[in-house]
Design a protein around this ligand. Structure first.
Ligand SMILES: Cc1cc2nc3c(=O)[nH]c(=O)nc-3n(C[C@H](O)[C@H](O)[C@H](O)COP(=O)(O)O)c2cc1C
Length: 214
């Protein structure tokens, strides 16, 4: 598939055929997605490819429980209609044949090493550390990886949806998946053969997005 077509034709897919996605196809997707750039090329990421229905259900339940809780709070009243629609659709991935859980595995650049050695008592080191922490490389690089992965999955005829919503139950999901200490769940991606063909969501124009600084 041509790159421009893959980019413009990809949609978030939330409905899937009841059909297994072969491991080989998923491996093929990761073969390409692993070429995503990463901080210092440390590639400090790992991916759990969950195909076990019981485990996917457990993850969905853990998430849905949180959603049911906060959408029932009096504070949700003001947003009743959207909150209700979010509550109804939140754990759509329960039906997905595959749930990919993206793990970040502790990235420390040379800057992080030096700054932490200098210590939090040094105001300049502290300020630099805080600046780095406010835009974590681990999260930035995962965004790049997942964006690659979504395009590759689409080019292979698969549908996927990138989700940050379930991370509201991050601790529970890490427990269900027995994620070891030092590794963090940072994204979930549901995958399957598409059973819907959604129209494109609107995008801002380049003019609205880009400011040239000369
Ligand atoms: C970081 C991120 C988090 C997202 N989280 C969710 C989510 O929790 N649930 C969901 O249904 N879609 C989620 N999406 C999908 C977006 O809703 C979707 O990308 C957006 O509406 C544009 O639609 P498109 O992907 O079809 O172009 C997420 C997308 C991104 C990039």
């Amino acid at each position: 598939m041509e790159l421009a077509t893959a980019i413009t034709d990809r949609r978030s897919i939330r409905k899937y055929l009841d059909k297994d996605v072969p491991d080989e196809l998923l491996i093929q997707a990761f073969e390409l997605a692993r070429w995503a750039p990463s901080g210092g090329n440390f590639q400090s990421w790992k991916f759990l490819v969950v195909k076990n229905r019981k485990i996917i259900n457990k993850v969905a339940n853990a998430f849905q429980e949180k959603v049911d809780t906060f959408t029932n709070w009096p504070e949700a009243e003001e947003y009743r209609e959207t909150a209700e629609s979010y509550r109804k659709n939140a754990s759509f991935f329960r039906e997905a044949p595959v749930l990919i859980v993206a793990l970040s595995c502790g990235y420390k650049s040379v800057a992080d090493l030096i700054l932490s050695k200098k210590g939090e008592k040094d105001p300049l080191a502290m300020q630099m550390m805080e600046n780095r922490r406010s835009v974590p490389t681990s999260i930035q690089q995962m965004g790049g990886f997942v964006a690659h992965l979504l395009l590759v999955l689409h080019s292979l005829g698969l549908g996927a949806c990138w989700m940050s919503g379930p991370l509201i139950a991050k601790g529970e999901i890490e427990e269900i998946l027995e994620v070891p200490g030092g590794e963090d769940v940072v994204a979930c991606i549901s995958v399957g053969y598409p059973a819907e063909n959604p129209s494109a969501q609107p995008r801002k124009t380049v003019d609205e997005l880009v400011v040239f600084v000369r």
